[in-house]
Design a protein around this ligand. Sequence first.
Ligand code: GDP
Ligand code: MN
Length: 385
Amino acid sequence: MNIHEYQAKELLRQYKVATPNGRVAQDAEEARQITKEYGGQSVVKAQIHAGGRGKGGGVKFATDPDKAAELFKAMMGMQLVTKQTGPEGRKVRTVFISDPVDIARELYLAFLVDRATSRVTVMASTEGGVEIEEVAEKTPEKIVKVVVDPALGLSGFQARQIAFGLGFSGDGFKKCVVFLQNLYRLFVEKDCSMVEVNPLVETKTGDVIALDAKIGFDDNGLFRHPDVLAYRDLNEEAEEEIEASKFNLNFIKLDGNIGCMVNGAGLAMGTMDIIKYHGGSPANFLDVGGGATEDAVKNAFRIILQDTSVKAVLVNIFGGIMRCDVVAKGIVNAAKEIGISVPVVVRLEGTNVEEGKKILAESGYNLIVGENIKDAAEKVVASIK
Ligand code: GDP
Ligand code: MN
């Protein structure tokens, strides 16, 4: 789960990680008031779960309180397009007013979980404010990488190594070390999967602060953080993903036109690969899990069919714990409820496969049988052309 910048900054403050003053404004008048409080100037920031807002027009400097009110009006409700939103953009529903800071240096800092080492890894670079992917590609030597031992935590030595790599000295150096250690505590205690501070800023007055913050959480740890869960913003999640999460289904929206219902993430990956291999493009990735019930299958199928970008469906199930007859009944029940308006190709294999195929054949619906994964992929791609 991801949260907004203003929420991330609330958490930073709880952990004594320095960040500028800032508040959400409910209306233009409040934007004006807050700007007055900050001495007459502010930075007006659109809150969406996507980066690159600055370049897209979602971060603007207000030179006086009236200007802040004007920027608020222009930003609230706008469809903000950035490099990360896709061409349709995201609607701005929250606007944050930030106390401006005088920047001496813009740096980059991120904490993430590295899958290869299974450890929290800190990435830092003096090249802040720009896209880190670009830095990694063109000047990888400018990225400092530190791997944290979970038993020891981020040691003083490592924090100093990062602060040194970021070019700090004197007082700023000490502030950076404290910043890193507090941020690490937040990362671990809140079960984060990613914290990105871009830019981390050294101000002209020598402070070290998070000018922007993006935090992602491990969904499996959310049950023990009701405070974090309260930050969830359903407007920022795909409708189908919310619907799927109600039934414990894993749904990921993609931009193609073939809906995929599979069991197990590995098979899902394989299914997407083979669709691509045969010239098609998946519209989503719906994993019903290992032991889904008939009802879960029905809901999964319904969610896929409700997606208007879906022009055909491929069901690819390997019945291990999951029984093929249960899958078949779920599909037929969904078809009865909402009808089937697109071609559906089903490939079943494993436990009770014969019963499953019989249920599909006798259902009266035009369900195309895939003999194997290759045949199924070919048929579903052909069904669209
Ligand atoms: P993003 O574009 O979505 O990553 O939004 P950021 O919050 O990172 O803001 C983009 C850029 O706006 C930053 O890299 C800064 O250069 C600039 N910016 C944001 N807040 C301030 C501020 O308080 N003072 C100054 N001088 N620049 C700011
Ligand atoms: Mn940023």
